[in-house]
Structure formats: C-alpha cells, structure tokens
Design a protein around this ligand. Structure first.
Ligand SMILES: [Zn+2]
Length: 422
C-alpha cells in the first residue's frame, strides 16, 4: 500500500529487518498437520514487511528473484495483490487423511490450492494469502504419439484423441517446507537444518537462524508438476489401477532430445503406460520434479559429461558415478525422501505399476506408506546408444531391472561416444 514513506516504486524508504520485529508482533498461528484449514491457519509470507506473517521466504520458488528484479526495475508495483477470481482448481483434490497424519506431508502446503475457499474471511480482511498449488487442464501433443506412433495405443476419443493429442489434468506445486517436519524426515535437529540452510545459501535467509518462531520456509527452488491421465478421482479408489512415473527434470533430454541419457524415452514411455492404464478404466500419473542434473544443476552436469568423455579409456559405465562425485563431491542430491509428499497429498496409498527403475524412489515411497506393486523397466529398444553407459552403471548400482546386471569387467567395456565423434 502506498504511504507517505514509500518511494516511487511503492517501496518503503527504510529497510525492515524481520529479525528485529518492531511492536512485538507474534507470527500468525500455524498448526501444521491440523485436520482442518481453520485450525491449521493460512501460510502468509512477508512481501511488504507490513502486518503479521508466519513464513520465511516467499512464493514462486526461484522465480521470486525475478519478481524482485521486476520491482527493482519499476515494472511491478510491490503492493500488487493477485486477483484470484476464477483461478480455483478445475477438479477437487482432498482433503485426504494423509494431510493430517503427523509428519506425513512436510514439503508442500496441503491447502495450497484451496486458499480462496478455506481462507475467504482472512483474504477479505486484507491478509495477503497466495496459492502455492494450481490445478488446471491441458492437452498434450507429443511427437512420439502424433507423428510416429509406435506405442500400439489406439485413440479412444476421450483420453487419447484421433489426432494423437492427450487430455490431462495438471497440477503445479511450489515447495512449502515445515522445518520441524523436514528435519525429522532426515533425522536432523531442526536448529542444525536451519543453520546449514542459512550458511549454505550465503546468508540469504537470516530469519532461519534468528526467528525460531517461524516454522515454515518457502525455499527458492523448483517445485513439481503433476499430470493426471483419466479420472483424478480414481487415484484414491482402489477399484481402479494406478500407473505412475515419478520423473526428475532433465532439460537436455526431456526438451531437446539429447542422447546421452534415457530421460525423455523413459518419460514418454511413462506417459504411454499412463494412457494405456487410463484407457483400461484405471488412471495414470506422472510427477515431474524440477531437479535438474540430479539437483546439482546443469552446469555441473555438463562439466561431468566432459570429464566422463575425456577420462582415460573414455566414457565408461564403471566410472559413471565416480566422475559426478569428482566434480560435485557427491553423486546425487535429489533426496527422494521428500518426493512422496505429493503422492500423499493426492491421497494415494498404492501404485499398481511403477514406471521407474530407481531404487531410491521406490524405497522412499515405501518408507512413506505407499505400496508399490509391479515395477516397469525401460524397454531396451528405447535406450539411446550413448545412454548405455548410464543405464548399465545405474543397474549395477542397484536400479531395478528384470534383465541382467553387468560384471565389473563388462561395465568397463560399456563405452559412450567420444567428444571427437560429435
Ligand atoms: Zn537425462
């Protein structure tokens, strides 16, 4: 809100440090895991440094930085409030019993899509409450199904159209972390988690260490997108089978078709299996997590590609994980421990067909109370030549396969393309 103390961009002239609250304002109460939104309370961030709030950080994940840049550039009025007219979900999701089970959901706000419904009074009274989840519909057109349909799927006119397009319900979710719950999930003390998050972001969120009364953190990281094939109500109805793929982002393969990994082939195979299940009166689910390059980022990933292809003996399956560890200090930071939250949010208790070979994803789902039936490997015919290194290395490291696992000698013989051969 513009006041006399605001500058031409509607910003306050003085800087308000949240760690030194004036007027002794206590946070808006939040009772994480309560069985109704009224008792739970809304998640409120502190964009304007005015009024009470209860969360550290703000909405939109990493894009919050672009929002800040827009304000700094004078393109966005910082006092702007979203007009949420007609933005409500296109289909009902929840509430489910998992929403109020202790520590079952710790990395998203179960009521994030129901803000206008659950907190109508608070919004009317001027509280700045924003959705962290949105539910809409989409029609997908994948070249694999549109132009060269080798999947054996036949159009049904509802899920898969004659044109090859697919009708889906899709959900975007931003991360909302309940710090005590996240700490418990990793068997950490909350104060250790807070301190390391503060230190390892270069002191980005000082409230993590100064405001122990604020238990919710909206981290500046990517979230997830859920694609539902068929009737969303079937996800929680055990009379209908569920096929599911949980996929971690890989821009190079998913979008551009780079052949060094199996990501897009597996994603498309997962989508085809989801359509197949939905056509048989079941339901399909793809969860797409923004965790580029095993959540190490794309720069690290490309450095590793070079290191793999330039090492003595060339790109070899037996040194696949080692090269990542040399560059990043660790093999993988995707931490599947938080991944099951979105499935629990959807109310899912069992997956009949899990289209993934990842032992980490499987273990995480089972640990969070989700039964997994059949596990579906990527068919050999869909593995690009240059991705054999990754696939054989992963199977040797414990990934699920119904086929053979190579010996150490054979792993060393599994080679990828050399840099000179592009
Ligand atoms: Zn990939």
């Amino acid at each position: 809100m513009a006041t006399e103390a605001s500058d031409k961009h509607n910003r306050r002239r003085h800087i308000v440090l949240n760690s030194h609250p004036s007027g002794g304002q206590s946070p808006i109460p939040i009772n994480w895991g309560a069985d109704n939104p009224g008792s739970r309370g809304p998640i409120v961030t502190n964009l304007t440094a005015e009024g009470r709030h209860n969360a550290i950080g703000t909405h939109s994940g990493s894009y919050s930085i672009y929002r800040a840049l827009a304000v700094a550039a004078g393109a966005l009025d910082p006092s702007h409030r979203p007009d949420l007219t007609n933005t409500a979900p296109v289909t009902s999701i929840g509430p489910h019993r998992q929403w109020s089970e202790p520590h079952r959901i710790v990395s998203l706000d179960p009521y994030g899509h129901l803000v206008t419904e659950c907190f109508e009074t608070e919004l009317r009274n001027g509280l700045d409450i924003r959705p962290s989840i949105a539910v809409t519909r989409a029609r997908l057109s994948l070249p694999e199904l549109m132009h060269a349909n080798t999947s054996g799927l036949t159009p049904d006119g509802a899920i898969l159209l004659e044109s090859g397009e697919i009708n889906v319900t899709k959900v975007a979710l931003e991360p909302v972390w309940h710090l005590p719950g996240v700490a418990a999930r990793f068997d950490l003390e909350e104060h250790d988690l807070r301190r390391i998050l503060y230190e390892q972001t270069g002191g980005m969120f000082s409230d993590l260490v100064t405001r122990n009364d604020l238990k919710v953190f909206l981290p500046p990281i990517g979230g997830a997108t859920v694609y539902i094939f068929g009737n969303p109500e079937y996800l929680v109805d055990e009379r209908h089978r569920l096929t599911c793929r949980v996929h971690d982002e890989c821009n190079g393969s998913d979008v551009f078709g780079s052949d060094i990994c199996t990501c897009r082939p597996y994603l498309v195979h997962g989508i085809e299996e989801c359509v197949r299940e939905a056509q048989k009166d079941g339901v399909g689910l793809v969860v797409y997590n923004r965790k580029e390059g095993r959540a190490l980022g794309e720069v690290t990933k490309f450095l590793v590609y070079n290191a793999r292809k330039r090492q003595i003996g060339g790109d070899r399956a037996d040194a696949y994980f080692e090269r990542t560890e040399c560059v990043a200090g660790v093999q993988d930071v995707r931490f599947q421990e938080l991944m099951p939250d979105v499935l629990n949010w959807l109310g899912i208790t069992r997956i009949d067909r899990f289209v993934s070979m990842s032992n980490m994803k499987y273990d995480a789902l089972v640990a969070q109370g989700i039964q997994v039936g059949e596990r579906v490997s990527l068919p050999d015919a869909l593995i690009p030549d240059d991705a054999q290194v990754e696939m054989e290395a992963k199977k040797a490291a414990g990934y699920f396969t119904s086929g053979d696992v190579l010996s150490e000698d054979d792993l060393a013989k599994t080679r990828g393309r050399q840099l000179e051969s592009y």
